[in-house]
Write a protein that binds this ligand. Sequence first.
Ligand code: NDP
Length: 239
Amino acid sequence: MSPDTPGRVALVTGGSRGIGAAIAADLHAHGYRVAATSRSGTAPDGVLPVSCDVTDADSVDAAFCQVEQELGPVEVLVANAGITRDGLLARMKEEDFTEVLDTNLTGAYRVIRRAARAMTRARFGRIVLTSSVVGLLGSPGQVNYAASKAGMLGMARSITRELGSRGITCNLVAPGFISTDMTDALPQKVVEGYLERIPAKRLGSVDDVVATVRFLVSDSAGYVSGAVIPVDGGLGMGH
Ligand code: NDP
């Protein structure tokens, strides 16, 4: 167990696969007691699997109750669950917009609001939201997704102003192009277009993201809040 993380309880939403599963596994490996939530309710080895749909406030409450019972109050929250419903604006249906906002942004609000009670009582909390380079850079075909990820910035900074005096931090990690199920769905042409624009000249891996999240949730990062940390090989520089 790391001396910096005395067995703190962490909950990672969207922890069944991809970036969230990697974050959950990494925190477990570093001495945290970790729960991973998702609709499918699967989790990496050593991590408590919990079913939870972030679009449903009752489901979120039930998931937190289960984690509180089995592990204790949540001290570290990684709001990572996210979806895409890409399409050009002219053809984007309103439900594609609202569904993405409801999962990515309102979903983050639901879990943060539920977590904030115990964090405020404990006068300690670490909240990290998985945003995206696309939130500040924009992306054709992702008006819904970019809006949801940009909205996280105002959310994190408002939470920092509301709860900063209670020992609670709230930050964004903004990954670039990371190889997961989400990006595997993209056409090869789009992938090649990204590769040309990434100064690191490679796609990112989930391991590139986990170290940054581990820092942001650590006890020693208590004076870092309202920040956006890009993990994008330089793709979003200047934004
Ligand atoms: P994946 O599609 O691999 O994983 C998404 C995760 O979110 C799954 O665990 C999924 O589980 C969960 N999820 C989706 N909808 C819901 C819901 N309604 N309630 C609860 N859980 C849900 O995506 P990635 O790992 O690639 O992405 C993770 C996060 O990182 C997302 O927020 C994404 O926007 C962001 N990101 C990804 C980038 C990339 O290049 N991959 C770049 C920048 C940001 P289940 O389906 O079982 O519910």
